[in-house]
Write a protein that binds this ligand. Structure first.
Ligand code: ATP
Ligand code: MG
Length: 252
């Protein structure tokens, strides 16, 4: 019996993308595909272009050259169809604005609601389930401004989960999150991938890479390596981006 081959086009196809901010080249000829059913880790030093890559996939930064396709369509069409959920590194939200945790997560459901944005049973259920998955159910009635940094992060991950999009982009979702919660979020992401999503996660947690993802990209303006996490974690590979000191720490 032959092995079934996944002939479906990749959910995300980044093709030869170069992004410059003035004289700084943040991304240099980056090509990357994200496939259904896989968590792809994104690692690299500060300033290596991770957030720029997310912003480019989201259409928030226009590449100087190259293109991005989501499920074979433009990012504008994909976003309109609610196909991409994105957790930015820093949420551009005014924390003084009086909005409850539940309402923040419910905004992830807008694409599922009609023009009047009337939340239905399925929307409330999705919000409850997502809050539960990130361990924030008991904070549902709180104001977002009254939460700790890590709790806020979890709420925004819940919002992305509630959106139920085939593509999930998470820019450092574990930053400021405690280890128990990180383990729980990792399990959630693995579940979502198993259910057929394509997931890209930026992280600085190199030791956690093998638990988190099926494959990983080592970025430094350009893609240095795109391989299984074990290959990324080889000291010789890490030395390409981080220098020798970090490799010693990782292989401890
Ligand atoms: N709006 C901007 N204007 C000018 N330069 C920028 C801008 N945003 C990012 N850069 C530069 O582009 C490069 C890539 O930045 P980016 O934020 O993508 O890195 P990163 O890998 O996400 O880093 P970190 O790990 O710190 O989050 C850096 O040199 C940064 O200084
Ligand atoms: Mg970043």
């Amino acid at each position: 019996m032959s092995t079934p081959v996944d002939t479906a086009p990749p959910l995300v196809a980044v093709d030869s993308v170069t992004v410059r901010y003035g004289t700084v080249t943040a991304l240099d000829d980056v090509s990357l595909t994200l496939r259904r059913g896989a968590v792809c880790g994104l690692v690299g030093t500060n300033g290596s272009g991770k957030s720029t890559l997310f912003r480019t996939i989201m259409g928030l930064v226009r590449p100087d050259t190259g293109s991005v396709l989501i499920d074979g369509a433009s990012i504008t069409a994909a976003r309109r169809a609610g196909k991409v959920a994105y957790v930015p590194q820093a949420e551009g939200v005014d924390w003084d604005f009086p909005i409850g945790v539940r309402d923040v997560v419910m905004t992830g459901r807008y694409g599922h609601q009609g023009f009047l944005r009337r939340a239905r049973r399925a929307d409330h259920d999705a919000v409850d389930a997502a809050l539960d998955r990130v361990g924030m159910a008991e904070f549902a009635a709180r104001q977002i401004g009254n939460l700790s940094g890590g709790q806020r992060k979890r709420v925004f991950v819940a919002r992305a989960i509630a959106q139920d999009a085939p593509v999930l982009l998470l820019d450092e979702p574990f930053a400021g999150v405690d280890t128990t919660t990180q383990a729980a979020l990792t399990a959630v992401l693995r579940d979502l991938a198993s259910a057929g999503r394509a997931i890209l996660v930026a992280t600085h947690d190199l030791p956690g890479l093998t638990t988190l993802c099926d494959e990983a990209v080592l970025l430094q303006g350009r893609v240095l390596v795109h391989d299984v996490p074990e290959e990324i974690l080889r000291p010789e590979t890490l030395a390409l981006a981080f220098g020798v000191d970090t490799t010693a720490e990782v292989s401890r």
